[in-house]
Write a protein that binds this ligand. Sequence first.
Ligand code: AMP
Length: 214
Amino acid sequence: MNIILLGPPGAGKGTQARILEENRGMVQLSTGDMLREAKDSGTEMGKIVADVMARGDLVTDEIVIGLIREKLETVKVNGFIFDGFPRTLAQADALGKLLADEGQTLDKVIELRVDDDVLVQRITARSTCGSCGEVYNDLTKPIPEDGKCVKCGGTEFKRRADDNEDSLRTRLMAYYKQTSPLIGYYYAQGKHSSVDGLGEIAEIQSAIAGQLDA
Ligand code: AMP
């Protein structure tokens, strides 16, 4: 089963994708993670996207579609969770074609619905383990007092450069202008459903499981 987790920055897509990986053996494909890796390792492409990402604007369709194409051609698994991709209608069309080329389909699109007010709060409070990527939140899931990641025991934690109020505003605007039309796009294909993204992580997890097993 291939699915998309759709929602604004801070909706919890990454957290839920990681849970689905653990529970269902699916594989998360996050274009944001791939772009950050390229940026951190200083590749040509990483240099091109660095400023755009810091501002919170979208990088070109060509770049992200290329990243996803490469993964779909080389990684063979039970199911992909697309996280942060597609973000434009052109990317959504491209994903449909790429999956068809691999003899696969897109099965479900789950939208995580949240209030904009909580996004700022969540985003400015979040950090991740530098080793395994486990997501923490100062308010709801703080880093353990012993300073060790609950998943891997790692002791380095990082905050994203674009997790500040200015970038978030641009990222939210990009979401509403360019990404939210995908809700209608997938609704018309009979693939869209939504869950309340405001509750506890475990509640949201079971709501998503309910949608996937429906
Ligand atoms: P994310 O980790 O999904 O919040 O993505 C971080 C940043 O990477 C975004 O603000 C964009 O600058 C860029 N990005 C990630 N995925 C995409 C995408 N599918 N299309 C365009 N830009 C993207």
